[in-house]
Design a protein around this ligand. Structure first.
Ligand code: SAM
Length: 228
């Protein structure tokens, strides 16, 4: 698997050394061990985890090559996309916020096992205080783009990016999010699509051009009831 994954990553311009490949191996083993106790992922077959979780997370770099940015991963679950990104780009400063305590417990155990530095927060994004702060805010498989924009864009600094990893319905989702993007201080910078295992994937880069007003994000009940 190591050689295969090394070559796959090279196709998108990421060179992984032996240590990084070893970290991915231990990540897979830890994920499967914990998945027997708590529900983290429906995908468990080794090659599938490498492609659909690890490689898909690394595909983030198709839209933005990373270096030492501060990056907030909203609803990271078992660590996607930020943990694979941190393994590939070790100078990143990662913060993860997730509403499920058991997933934060898994991540605490994982970062100790892999000796990674990550700030882990158990909580809801809409209650998080660090607004207009991060170089990059990202999320994968958390909610539709319209709601997600309010959960993520307020936390990007002016000049920073909110980058969403999305599936095939991204166009409709983006159309519905235009108002939210504008109100929250963003503008669409670029959209990149790619195929992964015959499934279409999209990366959406929203550039933050103005500070988000302090009333956002609202309480989740309001975000859901009256989406922007
Ligand atoms: N991003 C991961 C991935 O791509 O596999 C996990 C996706 S999982 C389907 C969604 C995660 O988002 C869950 O772990 C859930 O606890 C978290 N979540 C949902 N809404 C959230 C919110 N408002 N704030 C923080 N975490 C949230």
């Amino acid at each position: 698997m190591k050689i295969y994954f090394k070559e796959l990553a090279e196709e998108i311009g990421i060179n992984l050394d032996d240590h990084q490949l070893e970290l991915f191996k231990r990540y897979y083993e830890h994920l499967i061990e914990w998945n027997n106790k708590i529900n983290l992922t429906a995908i468990t077959e080794e090659k599938e985890v490498y492609i659909k979780h690890f490689f898909d997370s690394l595909c983030f770099s198709k839209i933005k090559m990373l270096n030492d940015e501060s990056l907030l991963d909203v609803g990271s679950g078992a660590g996607f996309p930020s943990i694979p990104l941190l393994i590939a780009f070790p100078n990143l400063k990662i913060t993860i916020i997730d509403a499920q305590r058991k997933r934060i417990h898994f991540l605490e155990s994982l970062i100790a096992e892999l000796d990674l530095q990550v700030k882990l927060i158990h909580g809801r994004a809409e209650e998080f205080l660090f607004k207009n702060h991060f170089d990059v805010v990202t999320a994968r498989a958390v909610s539709n783009m319209q709601l997600l924009t309010e959960l993520c864009l307020p936390f990007a600094r002016v000049g920073g990016d909110f980058i969403a990893l999305k599936g095939p319905k991204y166009k409709e989702e983006l159309d519905q999010s235009m108002n939210a993007i504008k109100i929250l201080g963003g503008t669409i910078d670029k959209v990149i699509t790619y195929e992964l295992n015959q499934q279409s994937r999209a990366l959406i880069d929203i550039k933050k051009i103005e500070k988000t007003k302090s009333i956002y994000p609202r309480k989740y009940s309001q975000i859901k009831k009256n989406p922007l």
